[in-house]
Design a protein around this ligand. Sequence first.
Ligand code: C2E
Ligand code: MG
Ligand code: MG
Length: 580
Amino acid sequence: MRPEASGVGIENEKSSPIDVSRAGEALLADLLANTTELLSLYDRDFRLTHYAARLKGLYGGAVVPGAAIWEIYPSFLDTRCRDEFLRVFQGGSAASIELPRSSGEAPRSVFVFGTADGVGVIESQGRGGRSTAEEQEHVILLHQATHDVLTGLQNRRRFGERLQEALAAIGGPKPKAALLQIDLDDFKSVNDTLGHGAGDTLLQLAAGRIRDALQDGESAYRYAGDEFAVIQLGKEQPMEAERLAGSLVNAFKDPFVINGIPVFVGSSIGIAFGPEHGTDGEQLMKAADIALYAAKTDGRGCARTFNRAMLLLLEQRENLRRSLRTALERGELYIEYQPLIRPPSSVIGFEALLRWRHPEIGIIPPGVFIPIAEADGLMDEIGRWVLEQACRQALTWPSSLTVAVNLSPAQFLSGSLTDTVAQIIDAVGIRAERLELEITETVLLEKTIDNIDTLNTLNVLGIRISLDDFGTYYSSLSYLKNFPFDTLKIDQYFITDLETDLKSQTIVQSIINLAHGLGISVTAEGVETSAQARWLVEENCDCLQGNFLGRPLGADATGDFIRRSPSKEGRAMEESNRVL
Ligand code: C2E
Ligand code: MG
Ligand code: MG
C-alpha cells in the first residue's frame, strides 16, 4: 500500500496508511508533513517506514515505503558511513555522519539516531538549516511514545487507540473487526531457566515472526509481557482471522535459537469479532481473552474463536474456584491408593491419588482441580494435607510397603518443603524410607538450582524420589545426570500402544536400559492389558502400575487388597499371575 503522493508518508508495519487523526500519529504526521527537516524512519531490516513529505520532493521515486535505506542514501554502502551507521543501529548513541561528496558538491551530513524499531535519519544539507537537537528529540520521543522499546511493535497505548477506532469504523464497507490475542506458551519457563536476557531475545524473535505473518490491513502490538495482539480490518470474516491465526500458530512451530540453544515455544490464540462479541474495546478484549483461555485449556498451541459456551465454562470454573477454597475444611477431599506391583505379583506399595467429592457436581479428578488450586495458591496447604494423610494411611499397612505422594511444583515455591516433609514424617512416626515423592520435570524446570537442592535434602533424609510421567515433557537426560532419582516412571502414553507400536517398544526398552545403567528403578504407568504387562516383565521393568493390576482404591479397601496379594496372597493378582 502506498501513501498519497502529496500526503504524509506514514505507513505502519503491514497496515494500511494510518488515519492521522489519532493523538500520537497525528503529531508525528503533522511533523512529517510540515517539517523542513529531511526526516526518514527505518525498521530493523533498514526498510523505510515513515518519512517527511519534503524528502519525497527531493528524492522522488526512491522514497517509497519499504525502500532500503541505501536506495535513498547510497553513501551508507560506503565502508566508513556504514560502520558508523551500524554502530548507532546496534544501540550506540546518536551521531552526525558526514556523507562522502564529489568535488564541488556542498557538504552533506546526516544525523542518525536509534528508534524503538530501527533507526531514524535526519539529513541536513548545506542549506544552513541544521536540525535542532530539540526537533530531533521531539521525533524520537513521539516514536517511543507509541512503540514498545523491546520489540519495536506498537505498544499497549496505541493498541487501545487503534481498537477503539477499529470498532468505531465498523459498518458499511467494514462489517467486522477481528481481534487476535496471542500468548506464548511456556514463556515463563524460558525466563526462569535461561534468564531474562534470553526471555527478551525470545520476545524480540517472537515479535519478528508475528510481524512476518501479517498482510495488508493487519497490525500487531505488544500488549504486555508475553502477550501480543493483532487487529484485522476490512476482511472476510471469520475466514481471514482463522487463516491468520493458523499462520501464527504455524510460525511458532519451529524452535527459536537463543544463545545457540533451540527453544520450543508455541503460541495460543484467542479470536473475537466486533461488533458481534463486543462493541467497545474492553468487551472485545474480554471475549478474546476468554477464547485465549479456551485455547490454553484445549492443549495450547492452537487458536479458538470466542463463543457463549466458553462463558459458561468460565463461570463453572469460577464456581469451582470458590468452592475449592473451602473443600479441605469441609472434608470434601479424599485420597485413593493405587497399588504398585513388583512382577510377578507382589504389592510393594501404593501411590496416593487425590480426589474431590463436590457436593453438587460429584467426583472431580485431580487433573481438573489441581491446576486451579495451584493458580490460587492453595496447593501448598492441600499438598501438606495429602502428605500427612498418606503417611498415616501407610502406617496401617505392613511396614515393608511404601507410599508414593505426588508433589506439585507449587509446593517447591514456599521454600519450606523439606521442613514440612521432615515435620510430617516425624509427627506421624513413619520411616523416611517408606515415603516416595513423585515429581515431574516441571519442578526441575522452575528455579532449577533451588529445587535440586531441595530434592537433595529430601534424599539425604532417606526419602525416595521418583521422576513421574517420564517421556512427556522435555525428557532431558541432564536431569538424570544431575539428580540421583530412585525411580523413573514411564508415562502411560508409551504403554498404551506397546502391543502394536514398534516405536513405543523401542522407546520403552531404551528408557529401561538407560535407567538401569544409571542404577534407577523403572515403573511403567497405566498398564491396562496382560500383553502389556507380559512385555514389560520380559524387558525387566521393575514395577508395574495400572488398572490391569489394580485400580485406585479407597483407603479402607487397601487392607483387603494387601491381604489378598499372592506373596502375602491375593485373588486380584491371580489373573496377572496366570499371564505373566
Ligand atoms: P500420575 O501421578 O501420573 O498418576 C497416574 C494417573 O494415571 C492417575 O490419574 C491414575 O488414576 C491413572 N491411571 C492409573 N492406571 C491407569 C490405567 O491403567 N489406565 C488409565 N487410563 N489411567 C490410569 P489421576 O488419579 O486422575 O491423577 C492424574 C494426575 O493428577 C496424577 O498423575 C498426578 O500428576 C496428579 N495428582 C494426583 N494426586 C495428586 C496429589 O495429591 N498431588 C499432586 N500434586 N498431584 C496429584
Ligand atoms: Mg504420580
Ligand atoms: Mg504419571
